[in-house]
Design a binder for this molecule. Structure first.
Ligand SMILES: *[C@@H]1O[C@H](CO)[C@@H](O)[C@H](O)[C@H]1NC(C)=O
Ligand SMILES: *[C@@H]1O[C@H](CO)[C@@H](O)[C@H](O)[C@H]1NC(C)=O
Ligand SMILES: *[C@@H]1O[C@H](CO)[C@@H](O)[C@H](O)[C@H]1NC(C)=O
Length: 305
């Protein structure tokens, strides 16, 4: 308690009934601001809105700008836990919609308390990737980021959207990949078991569910069959043959086990081996491991769309 006690004595004693939140739109266009799901209306670029809550206020302040949503998903959020004077930033790992800065109002930082927190990109290392569900008890020392604390009564905060004045830079388009479905069945997908991206993980059939484990990069003609956004490839092993179970393995260029040919009649054949990617036993049940089998005309277990 010592340092926070000292800090409290050193801070100016303001008589203030509650916390003030100055919410600043430093983004290049109007944004809509939300507090715990409640719309606060549009805030024009350059404007500030002020909200006042009691000292116990907890929750999240965010904007649905730039691909975010009013529920908070796809947003960067300024978080507060009033009972312990904590504040923090949450970023969504799939959509970084705005940078955020949180600065306690009129509270100089001391002993690591009351510091200004900023997250300006997906790679910032001082933000949670989902809202914390519990908080540590206060101690006499400042918590470690991504948690921040300003242990002075009635501390207000300025929350600035787009501290840089810009929305985050648009990232180069990623190859989004595609699902690979058995014989036109769009409900079933080629799937990396359990989404475990590691050498040897079996490749199976599973209900399509939008998972990254079902997102492949494949091209007509000579191709690798790569899990999008990873360095893992569909791999037929070193002894290709009928009934060999498929797996993923680190992608290597020129590796025969990863050299496929996607034919115009929708077969995925191991180049030069006469072996085709094959839905084992024609069995569409979740978990059925995919195999290779001798390429056979008219065999619908070998058609992938
Ligand atoms: C203050 O907030 C905490 C956490 O949200 C809650 O458990 C507690 O009941 C609140 N106290 C008052 C007086 O509202
Ligand atoms: C999606 O499919 C994978 C199979 O790789 C499974 O592990 C995961 O639980 C599924 N997710 C949902 C939300 O159903
Ligand atoms: C189909 O695949 C599932 C999952 O591997 C398995 O449990 C089931 O026994 C298979 N059915 C047949 C008829 O082989």
């Amino acid at each position: 308690m010592v340092s926070s006690f000292v800090y409290v004595l050193a801070a100016p004693l303001l008589v203030q009934a509650a916390r003030r939140y100055n919410i600043v739109n430093n983004c290049p266009s109007t944004i809509s601001v939300f507090i715990n799901g409640n719309g606060q209306g549009p805030v024009p670029s350059g404007d500030t809105i002020t909200r006042t809550f009691n000292n116990n206020f907890s929750g999240l302040i965010y904007s649905n700008a730039n691909g975010g949503s009013s529920s908070g998903s796809g947003t960067t959020r300024a978080g507060f836990y009033g009972p312990d004077d904590y504040y923090y930033i949450v970023k969504d790992s799939t959509n970084f919609n705005t940078g955020i800065n949180i600065t306690p109002i009129n509270r100089p930082s001391q002993f690591g308390f009351c510091v200004s927190a900023t997250c300006n990109s997906l790679t910032c290392n001082n933000a949670y990737s989902s809202p914390p569900t519990g908080f540590p008890a206060q101690t006499g020392s400042a918590p470690t980021p991504p948690l921040y604390e300003c242990p002075t009564p009635n501390t207000g905060y300025t929350v600035t959207f787009c501290p840089t004045g810009l929305f985050p830079p648009v990232l180069p388009p990623v190859n989004k990949g595609t699902t690979i479905n058995p014989n036109g069945n769009n409900n079933k997908c080629l799937d990396v078991r359990g989404a475990v991206f590691a050498n040897g993980t079996p490749v199976q059939i599973y209900d399509c569910n939008g998972s990254g484990a079902q997102n492949w990069i494949v091209n007509r003609g000579n191709t690798k069959v790569q899990v999008a956004g990873t360095n893992f490839c569909l791999d037929a092993g070193s002894s290709p043959g009928n009934g060999v179970g498929m797996k993923i393995w680190t992608c290597y260029s020129g590796l025969a086990a990863q050299a496929w040919y996607y034919t115009d009649d929708n077969r995925i054949a191991l180049t030069g081996q006469g072996q085709c990617l094959d839905l084992t036993g024609g069995n569409l049940s979740n978990g059925n491991r995919i195999q290779t089998w001798q390429c056979t005309n008219g065999n619908n277990n070998q058609v992938w769309t």
